[in-house]
Design a protein around this ligand. Structure first.
Ligand code: ADP
Ligand code: MG
Length: 265
């Protein structure tokens, strides 16, 4: 069975793309067959996995608005993960999809073509709550919300959670909110912990473990076309491996999802 996980937050710079790339590589290292989908017209995931979005013959855009098959545009990446890439054309998909009935279902329908070929599909949503993100959430079994642990990080979380509830009510009743994933986390300061405590109290959402520490290795990795998992040992890579093990344990039915309590330890 395939599990489709959307990574969504309408705020930019919270590590959505980094999470999809690194978690995808970590899941592949656990022998899962992984597909990652770039749903952002800025195509940062595509670029960070070593493909030039300006030189691609096809992308998720053609899959969503045209008759191109998913298989025809899939690419390989360094980490053994398959990629459904984006190009800037995807910016136009929004307008084209809006004119269609069932517009939120385009991605879900397309993914039926690769049914059974992947164990996990990760969706990198764009920094907006428009029709592309609605397609991501409608195609997904579960969603996680990366959250940068800084002041005012919670702004927008309420709106995102309302969107998740709307999707659950209207287009995808099976969508499960797994929780918030702390990113760019600085364990040395109490500030990161206070932000997380505030968010989990305010929205009564689980906070997933482990928090992803802030380390310079991520910027180096995305410039190299591979993820942090293929480089030297780093705390960040280990955190994504632990997150992958946490999710796999939960999905396999062997364990509860491990959550993080900001005020313990
Ligand atoms: P989003 O997709 O939400 O816009 P990105 O994944 O592109 O966010 O991350 C934004 C920036 O933060 C990128 O430059 C990325 O390299 C950097 N980054 C992401 N995670 C970390 C981390 N744990 N530590 C340090 N930098 C990070
Ligand atoms: Mg991104």
């Amino acid at each position: 069975m395939t599990t489709v996980l959307a990574v969504a937050n309408q705020k930019g710079g919270v590590a959505k793309t980094t999470t999809v790339a690194s978690l995808g590589a970590a899941l592949a290292a656990l022998d899962r067959r992984v597909l990652v989908i770039d749903l952002d017209p800025q195509a940062c995931l595509t670029f960070s996995l070593g493909h030039d979005p300006d030189r691609l013959p096809g992308s998720v855009h053609e899959v969503l608005v045209g008759d191109v098959k998913v298989e025809e545009v899939l690419l390989d990446t360094h980490d053994g993960v398959r990629l459904l890439p984006a190009t800037i054309d995807l910016a136009g998909a929004e307008a084209l999809l809006l004119m269609r009935p069932g517009r939120e279902h385009a991605l879900r329908r397309a993914l039926a073509q690769v049914e059974g070929q992947f164990d996990v599909i990760l969706i990198d949503c764009p920094p907006s709550l428009g029709v592309l993100t609605l397609n991501g959430l409608t195609a997904a079994d579960a969603v996680i919300v990366p959250l940068q642990c800084e002041t005012l990080a919670h702004r927008g979380v309420g709106q995102l959670l309302r969107t998740v509830h709307d999707v659950q009510a209207i287009t995808n009743p099976k969508l499960e909110l797994l929780g918030v994933l702390p990113t760019l986390y600085d364990a040395r300061t109490t500030h990161s912990r206070d932000v997380l405590g505030d968010v989990s109290d305010r929205y009564s959402t689980p906070v997933l473990a482990p928090p992803i520490p802030r380390t310079v290795r991520f910027a180096e990795a995305s410039a190299s076309g591979a993820t942090v998992l293929s480089g030297r040992k780093s705390k960040g890579a280990q955190a994504y491996r632990d997150l992958a093990a946490n999710l796999v344990g939960y999905w396999d039915g062997n364990a509860d999802l491990i959550t993080f309590s900001p005020y313990e330890s």
